[in-house]
Design a protein around this ligand. Structure first.
Ligand code: ATP
Ligand code: MG
Length: 458
């Protein structure tokens, strides 16, 4: 009994280390001015503070401002409850079931306001106050807390910073500012426990390492390889959201390279596992990611369906080959392969149905680019999905899967005038269509090839 007690004292379970106090960093040290905060976020913090609540800009926006990057959006953390926040802003609504947050709208901007939340420490877990599955994954973390607890439940030290626009100070409980200067990613608390609570944190570490070009602290990096399998317990829809964030971060190439360097690409990116092992597949995916990164950095829209179609193309190709080898004609075989690949990925990644349809359209167009005779090319040009299909074709050429010549032909064909187009068309030599048409024009023609003679009448 006494031994057990001493053990618990030594392991810090009874006399826990002092709760961290915030280091309050003044404007002159960090240089982030109130004007750098969006109008909407300022109005939210000002209003809450005027009513006597604590309110800070929190999380990614503070990190990005300290790194002199433009934040994607602004989140506010406060000690006001969701109902109290809701009551203060006319254009606001409470969302979420597990943990409620409030969306406050000003014009086209939306600011997410969350109430300080407590994570679960060892003691809670021992007392059974935290609900976790058999792998330690938290199923419930919806307990309000104070600012310090809210900092501690966050993932990385650099993501646990608060900015008070009224005093222009940064509040740092976990050495996040020092880590920003050192370009270091450090998980708050014991990394193994934190990954078990929420395996998605491993993907987030990889994403930030790639996007920020930061080093991963050894204790934060070391357990990932071993725990990567836990990602298979994460609900597919959540994994899909995180994958999308990673792929649309504008730094997908660096992130995937980083994953591979750390040996983390297995399991962490389920859909890339197989593809990155094949040289052609890898070239194709890396080219697609590079194109996506360039578009995102240039503020051009990207289509997630297009991106996922590229990521899975080589799986489709492989399945297509197998099905064709079983004697199924090419086009039905392609359709079967597409369904098979989408079905497999749905189980792992919950690619939403609306993307599945678009992806299939892009894939199904590919064999049609082979037809460069007759009316086919004109009909293809008219299709609403032509552009996506053509961009996809160019990637296939660039990656070495197809001859560059076919992509160049389609590039020229689009720009050509009517006469030039007619001249570009390939002669309708081989192919069942042509044979059939000739038979139609000249029904008893003795010179028609034997195969055509035997073909059924259209
Ligand atoms: P981004 O710029 O990509 O939005 P972010 O850090 O703002 O990055 P969000 O997903 O918007 O990421 O999350 C906001 C904040 O919530 C994070 O900065 C972090 O403090 C906290 N957070 C998000 N996901 C987790 C998680 N899985 N575990 C712990 N804290 C998290
Ligand atoms: Mg964010």
């Amino acid at each position: 009994m006494i031994k057990k007690l001493i053990g618990r004292v030594l392991s810090g379970k009874i006399f826990k280390p002092r709760t961290p106090r915030a280091q309050v960093i003044p404007f002159k040290s960090h240089g982030v001015a109130r004007e750098q905060i969006s109008k909407c976020a300022l109005s939210v913090t000002d209003t809450l503070q005027a009513k006597g609540f604590a309110a800070f800009v929190a999380g990614g926006a503070v990190r990005d401002l300290l790194l002199k990057r433009a934040p994607k959006d602004f989140d506010v953390a406060t000690n006001a409850t969701p109902e109290e926040v809701r009551a203060l802003f006319r254009r606001s609504r409470i969302i979420g079931r597990r943990f409620q947050i409030v969306h406050v709208m000003c014009g086209r901007e939306t600011v997410e306001v969350s109430t300080f939340r407590a994570g679960h420490d060892e003691e809670d877990r021992e007392n059974g106050n935290a609900k976790a599955d058999e792998h330690g994954r938290l199923l419930r973390d919806n307990v309000f807390g104070n600012q310090q607890q809210d900092a501690t439940r966050r993932d990385l030290s650099i993501n646990a910073l608060f900015y008070d626009p009224a005093t222009q100070t940064v509040h740092d409980y976990h050495g996040g500012v020092a880590d920003l200067h050192k370009k270091r990613l450090r998980m708050i608390g014991d990394p193994v426990t934190r990954y078990r609570e929420d395996p998605v944190r491993m993907l987030r570490v990889a994403r930030f390492a790639g996007a920020l070009d930061f080093e991963i602290d050894p204790a934060t990096r070391q357990p990932i390889k071993e725990l990567a399998d836990l990602l298979s317990n994460v609900p597919p829809a959540r994994l899909f959201d995180e994958m999308l964030k990673l792929l649309l971060s504008g730094h997908a190439v660096e992130t995937v390279k980083r994953l591979r360097k750390e040996g983390l690409h297995h399991g962490l990116l389920p859909m890339l596992d197989v593809i990155l092992e094949q040289p052609l597949g890898e070239r194709f995916v890396m080219l697609a990611l590079k194109n996506t990164d360039i578009r995102i950095r240039g503020d051009k829209g990207v289509s997630p369906a297009f991106l996922f179609a590229t990521l899975l193309w080589h799986e489709v190709l492989a399945a297509w080959k197998v099905i064709e080898a079983e004697g199924v004609p090419p086009i039905p075989a392609l359709y079967r392969a597409m369904d098979q690949v989408l079905q497999q990925q749905a189980e792992k990644l919950a690619i939403p149905r609306r993307y599945g349809g678009d992806m299939k359209e892009i894939w199904a167009l590919q064999p049609r680019f082979d037809q460069r005779a007759g009316r086919g090319p004109y009909r293809l040009l008219e299709l609403p999905r032509f552009r996506a299909g053509y961009d996809f074709l160019l990637l296939r050429c660039e990656s070495g899967e197809l001859d560059q010549e076919i992509g160049q032909w389609w590039t020229r064909f689009q720009d050509a005038n009517a006469d030039e187009r007619e001249q570009m068309l390939l002669p309708e030599s081989a192919g069942p269509k042509k044979r059939r048409r000739r038979r139609k024009r000249k029904p008893g023609d003795a010179t028609a090839p034997a195969a055509a003679q035997e073909a059924p009448q259209p």
